[in-house]
Design a protein around this ligand. Structure first.
Ligand code: ATP
Length: 224
């Protein structure tokens, strides 16, 4: 359902992705691992249309590279960037709802989505009315996950979600991913990490990015 064909991305004269060919099946959970600077973020940003690229990306029957970046969330793609990008003057709940509003969801649809998100991430309900600028870095990662869930009905991409999380929060985050997977068998998940051990419990397939190429990991990681 997500296909990259001969995708090349150059940043500052360096080829960060080189002729990448990749197929990701619907409903799968895929870990994308690689060292710092290997190109994990660039891969997700390219799928979101946030980099210049050559080649083609297809998603759910459409040529994604022809869809304007601002319209990609409307296709059911949710993305939680590594640096969260929260609007600090808005509340946690307003931040979570924002992409849904941009995608044109009705108030009733948004309310149903929020209910489901609070079921999966109860800690978000507790901080719903707080300004996003007042939550900790780790809590901010939860908010970013909630925001990705609002519109990510088909594909959710999480960039290094465990990075910098205290163990208690990492545990809650992992729990939320498990709940998400159990409550929604259809959605496709792509999660990047520099530490593959963290994804051992989730990923059915592990891809390694190295020197601009993406290949299957040699030792397969199974659902724990
Ligand atoms: P990290 O774990 O540090 O986030 P990553 O695997 O996500 O790493 P990317 O952020 O995708 O890696 O970066 C890939 C490479 O591209 C790095 O070497 C980085 O320095 C380089 N790079 C990223 N953005 C730019 C840019 N705008 N201009 C030039 N080089 C860039």
């Amino acid at each position: 359902m997500l296909t990259l064909k001969d995708v090349t991305v150059r940043l500052g004269g360096v080829r960060v992705l080189r002729n990448v060919d990749l197929k990701i099946e619907k409903s799968s959970t895929v870990a994308l691992i690689g060292a710092n600077g290997a190109g994990k973020t660039t891969t997700l940003r390219t799928i979101m249309g946030l980099t210049e690229m050559t080649g083609q990306i297809e998603f759910d029957g459409a040529v994604l590279s022809k869809v304007a970046p601002s319209r990609r969330p409307g296709l059911g793609i949710g993305y939680a960037a590594e640096d969260r990008r929260l609007f600090s003057g808005f509340t946690v709940e307003e931040n979570i709802k924002m992409p849904g509003q941009v995608a044109g969801y009705s108030d009733a649809d948004l309310a149903t989505k929020m209910e489901r998100i609070y079921e999966i991430l109860p800690e978000l309900k507790e901080m719903a009315k707080r300004p996003a600028g007042a939550v900790s870095g780790g809590q901010g990662k939860m908010v970013a996950l909630g925001r990705a869930l609002v519109i990510g009905s088909k594909l959710i991409m999480l960039d290094e979600p465990f990075q910098g999380l205290a163990p208690a929060l990492a545990h809650k985050y992992a729990d939320a991913l498990r709940k998400l997977r159990n409550s929604d068998r259809e959605v496709t998940l792509i999660i990047t990490e520099s530490n593959p051990d963290l994804l051992r419990k989730f990923a059915e397939r592990t891809l390694v990015i190295e020197r601009g190429e993406i290949r299957e990991a040699r030792s397969h990681i199974t659902i724990g």
